[in-house]
Ligand binder design. Sequence first.
Ligand SMILES: Cc1cc2nc3c(=O)[nH]c(=O)nc-3n(C[C@H](O)[C@H](O)[C@H](O)COP(=O)(O)OP(=O)(O)OC[C@H]3O[C@@H](n4cnc5c(N)ncnc54)[C@H](O)[C@@H]3O)c2cc1C
Length: 485
Amino acid sequence: MVYDVLIVGAGCTGVMTARLLSTMNCTVAVAEAKCDVAMGATCANSAIVHAGYDAKPGTLKAKLNVRGNALMKELCRQLDVEINECGSHVVGFGDEDLAHLKTLYDRGVANGVPDMRIIGQEELRRMEPNISPEATCSLWAPSAAITCPYGITIAAAENAATNGVDFYFNFKVTGASMAGDIHYISNGDETIAARYVVNCAGVHSAEVAEILGEHDFPINIIPRRGEYIVMDKICGDMANSTLFVCPSERGKGILVSPTVHGNLLIGPNAYPIEDADDKSTTAEGLEEITAGALRLMPSVNTRNAITSFSGVRPTPNIYDFYLKNSDQVKGVVHAVGVESPGFAASPAVAEYLVSLLQDAGLELTEKENYIPTRRHDGNHKQFNRMTDEERVAACKANPAYGKIICRCETVTEGDIIDAITAPIPANTIDMLKKRLRAGMGRCQGGFCSPRVAALIAEHSGKSLTTVTKCGGGSWLVSGRTGCED
Ligand SMILES: Cc1cc2nc3c(=O)[nH]c(=O)nc-3n(C[C@H](O)[C@H](O)[C@H](O)COP(=O)(O)OP(=O)(O)OC[C@H]3O[C@@H](n4cnc5c(N)ncnc54)[C@H](O)[C@@H]3O)c2cc1C
């Protein structure tokens, strides 16, 4: 089969583009190097649907952030993904910062950000009682929001799969050739044929551009890692909205933010790294973000930390996103250097990429039978989001909903079986963790992981020894140690 469009990379950029194309009459495939969607920067970021005052007016970043903010809220509602329209503050400490806030305010006005205000200390303290007494002012942007970046990306991917998009996982693009107008994209073993190719490979997008046939590609990617600490839910109400400091040339600085799941998030720092896939955390890095968080909120106590993680930014050698049709290789569209606010902007980036495909000659018409939900039978609601009445009905219909597997996050056997049998089947421990939060609570999977692994084996017809944490060779058990009964 020759697809109309092949998208390389299943982060938010690739998945939002695939989902948008799935609303139209065309055939679409997504090739992803890893075993799931949202395995790159989309999985590990601050989860902020930025309001849009950061980027310089007139840039793609500015335009697509503001539109993406509105579209993201709409999409979360459509696919029933949690979104908290909590707003954000850029917190100032003194007159120099106040001048900076005014610059950001003017940018926001130019970019079309609604309802921003610069507020004084008293109002800031009323809105955020735990803010540092040293904080004197803030830029309040009520249109900023928080959501779950991998949650909405998984939901969008399921919606795309429900509408006919084919996902090829564990398909790392390593080679490409053309015959006539058809691209043959290969992972060394298999080949996918397509008329158009969209490069959404995140931190590897400049390498993929070369693989697709670009010579002297003008964009370099500098991988820049950011580390985070996740605090227990007992800290979840310490901040009512996202709290930034004034940005510097190193980025938006260390923030304190609630999460949609009720935790408190602190981080990130920003350091260039050699290995673009190195997602480790460091003792010094975690100390640095703790100090940054304490500056904003002195009552943050890292004894309540439950885990840490890091994400890698695909920082380009230009200021803006590089979203362009290739002028060297026919039918190739690049989404390169999509760093922050790339998540917030992603539904709008998708619109832009689809318009580039149309400029390149792809003809699109609206699909009459498009299904707007994650699955043919609707948006499955997880047990921990059901009302009491819905829980009773769910348990009556299927007793598996009455069996709690992850006690920290109230994830049931019924939820796990649903995810294993979803349009994109979840068949690793981390896939279930990302979809359901099994293992994301205070015990970090200490109790539920063995039971989750057993359910994966039982319901996906695998042997327990083949179940992995996150694909590849990340097996959990090698066999029995005791006597067989
Ligand atoms: C620390 C940090 C904080 C951030 N905070 C925010 C925020 O709060 N708000 C916001 O809007 N943005 C934020 N961002 C930016 C945002 O996360 C990114 O802009 C966005 O996730 C980019 O998505 P993507 O799909 O382009 O890339 P990715 O999510 O990285 O996806 C690229 C995919 O391509 C795949 N791939 C790579 N090479 C190949 C290949 N050869 N073959 C097949 N597949 C391949 C990868 O496996 C990966 O899954 C942050 C980023 C970081 C790192």
